[in-house]
Design a protein. Structure first.
Length: 308
């Protein structure tokens, strides 16, 4: 039997990581005029963040959208696209047909804490015993990356600090997609997701009224495991079985509920005030650049972008 032809997406949620991209993808996927990819995080363009990286075939990308049937939009969400650099952004512009781009920005200090607890929950931080030591390791990694003249955050699990310098890459998107980039703030998505979705629908030119019946639960929330060994094993199994479970949301929900009952716990660590002050200062110039980019475009900025 011939493979059913898919299509290329024309709506991309490109980041930032740990800012609600999974939740926003799930909300948009409920819209009858928006067809979601069969997987949320495809990463088709991700190799282009490296100077010699290449994408797979467009046919392999289109295969994620074979169930789309004439909807005005097809959407995918890969958070790492946001900081992939001009080569990646240019390829999206050249290979997709006039796509709409959504970027979610979150206070970079809080985003970094979320990245830390997430990587900690996966046991990806051996030898790092605290948030302060994680920040120091990320700062070392960023210095090495800058010395190597890399224009994108370093690879690996210590790029959390670098991702938060939004002013270093937001301009790439606004320059290449000046009329088709929409910035959403995590603050708004958390406090009133329905209002954010309604606004996005008006921007996309699709029905706004249907959003009142959407399910607005939080997706992909970091789970701090009581047993780190069990937690890592579960996440490894999730990665292996993700595509198999994609068509079975009820099974996924049941397995997640079971895991939460058996292994979810609370993290006892908190961010020290001195560490927060240090990070606020580190991100200050970048935040100013972001504010300078967005204010003339009519955005109402959250407090973390306007503090001096």
């Amino acid at each position: 039997m011939d493979q059913i032809a898919g299509r290329r997406p024309n709506l991309l949620i490109v980041g930032v990581p740990k800012a609600g991209t999974g939740s926003l993808f799930s909300y948009l996927a409920q819209h009858p005029e928006i067809c979601p990819a069969s997987e949320k995080e495809i990463g088709f363009f991700s190799p282009l963040s490296e100077p010699t990286g290449e994408t797979g075939s467009l046919a392999s990308y289109e295969a994620y959208f074979t169930r789309c049937d004439g909807q005005p939009y097809a959407v995918e969400a890969t958070p790492s696209y946001c900081y992939g650099g001009p080569r990646l952004v240019g390829a999206i512009r050249d290979m997709l047909e006039d796509p709409r781009i959504i970027i979610i920005l979150r206070d970079p200090v809080d985003r970094l804490w979320s990245a830390y607890t997430f990587q900690r929950s996966l046991m990806n931080l051996p030898g790092i015993s605290s948030f302060e030591s994680y920040v120091a390791a990320c700062e070392d990694e960023r210095r090495r990356s800058l010395r190597a003249n890399r224009n994108v955050p370093p690879t690996g699990h210590l790029k959390g600090l670098a991702i938060g310098f939004y002013g270093e890459y937001l301009g790439d998107w606004l320059e290449m997609f000046p009329d088709h980039t929409r910035v959403v703030f995590f603050d708004d998505l958390s406090s009133d997701p329905h209002q954010v979705l309604a606004s996005l629908c008006r921007w996309l030119g699709v029905q706004e009224e249907v959003t009142s019946s959407f399910r607005y639960g939080v997706h992909n929330r970091t789970i701090n495991p009581r047993s780190m060994v069990a937690g890592k094993a579960v996440f490894a199994a999730k990665r292996r079985m993700g595509r198999l479970l994609s068509p079975a949301p009820k099974v996924r929900h049941h397995l997640r509920s079971l895991y939460l009952r058996l292994n979810a716990g609370e993290i006892s660590e908190t961010m020290r005030p001195a560490t927060r002050a240090h990070l606020i200062d580190a991100y200050r110039d970048s935040n100013r650049r972001v504010a300078d980019l967005l204010s003339p475009r009519g955005y109402e900025l959250p407090g973390w972008l306007t503090r001096t």
